[in-house]
Design a protein around this ligand. Structure first.
Ligand code: KG4
Ligand code: ZN
Length: 357
């Protein structure tokens, strides 16, 4: 059994987790600490990169303490040097998100992780944020007690990505489709902004849509389902935002009746996501189907996917869907077990804002 201290600062959450596992079975998040910056960025209607980096500088050390404390490795949130050394002695490696993400944010985490690893004489595992999301289905949770079988057909839906990826085995990826413009999370965020629903748009829009559903309110006006019937496995969401803007200008969408519009927007996005995932599942023999990333927190998406894919489907628990460090630790546990991408000298690692899978 190995134990990893994982750190993630790629966007607007400072996150630290302690994750353990043997690299064959599911990994266990012994803690999953997050200092969210949502309230800070909400006033600007989106993530403000300079502010995010500054906030990480303030939060990274307290969040590392919180992650260690929640895992029971330190007794107080302000540990003595000796207590911290004793805690780090129980850790086998430090995992850090090196990209993709906002460079200023990434640098804060990379700096903290590499210095900590250097001082504690631990190897470091530079981890891809996207790979972290993919490995969130390898975390033990209330809903999940067994690892998905390979090959895993995965829909990744976040603020930055919308992709269909086939995971053939550990760290063996085949990208089947991508968004050609906006990501699904961006579609939620941008249309929510048009409806004046605040930031982040996904949860806000989804809440309004649920009210319309409960009250059986249907929109007479229909939005397009972009690329739903295209032969490939790509996505496009920027047209949806334009269609919503025009519909507001024309009066087809009534801003005094946002719930109805929110429901139609949510249905349009989910119809496309489920439609493409279904198309991929018909083309490819997959043993498991997974949906990961921030948008997989969406209740309606979870419900529709459950109806469509049943027992083959894996979606992480809510706490592992939006950005977190447990998923980074999960990917790193498997990397450590296979000795793939483990770096002995922590001072040699670098952040890469546009890192690819
Ligand atoms: O994975 P994530 O936390 O960060 C990125 O790596 O991008 O994903 C954030 C995205 C945002 O666009 C947010 O609006 C969306 O996930 N999101 C949701 C929900 N919760 C978060 N979208 C729809 N419904 C939700 N409940
Ligand atoms: Zn993410």
């Amino acid at each position: 059994m190995k134990r990893i201290l994982a750190i993630e600062t790629s966007c607007d959450e400072s996150a630290v987790a302690v994750v353990s596992g043997n690299g064959t079975d599911l990994a266990l998040a012994e803690s999953n600490a997050i200092a969210s910056q949502i309230a800070l960025h909400a006033q600007f209607g989106g993530v403000f990169p300079d502010l995010a980096a500054r906030e990480h500088v303030k939060k990274i050390i307290p969040t590392i303490s919180l992650g260690l404390h929640k895992a029971g490795l330190i007794g107080s949130l302000e540990p003595s040097k000796v207590e911290l050394e004793q805690a780090l002695a129980k850790i086998d490696a430090i995992a850090i998100t090196v990209g993709p993400g906002l460079i200023g944010s990434l640098l804060v985490g990379v700096n903290a992780a590499s210095q900590l690893a250097y001082l504690a004489n631990k190897p470091i595992i530079p981890t891809n944020h996207w790979e972290g999301h993919l490995y969130s289905v390898f975390l033990k949770s209330q809903n999940q007690t067994k690892a998905p079988d390979f090959p895993i057909l995965t829909l990744t839906v976040s603020g930055g990505h919308t992709s269909l990826i086939l995971i053939k085995g550990h760290f063996e990826y085949e990208i089947l489709g991508n968004t050609v413009d906006d990501a699904a999370g961006e579609a939620f965020d941008k249309t929510a902004r048009l409806l004046e629903l605040g930031y982040p748009g996904g949860p806000a829009l989804s809440k309004e849509a649920a009210i319309a559903r409960e009250n059986n309110l249907q929109s007479a006006f229909k939005l397009p389902r972009p690329m739903l019937d295209s032969a490939d496995l790509n996505f496009s969401f920027s047209g949806l935002k334009t269609a919503v803007r025009y519909a507001i200008d024309r009066g087809d969408i009534d801003l005094f009746n946002k719930q109805i519009a929110a429901r139609e927007i949510e249905d349009a996005i989910i119809d496309v996501l489920i439609g493409k995932l279904k198309k991929a599942s018909q083309q490819i023999e997959a043993s498991s189907i997974a949906i990961v990333g921030g948008v997989s927190a969406n209740r309606q998406l979870r419900l529709r996917a459950q109806q469509e894919f049943g027992s083959k489907l894996y979606i992480p628990d809510f706490e592992f869907t939006t950005d977190n460090a447990a998923m980074i630790g999960a990917a790193a546990i498997f990397r450590l077990a296979q000795n793939r991408g483990v770096v002995k000298n922590p001072l040699t690692i670098e952040a890469n804002a546009s890192l690819r899978l």
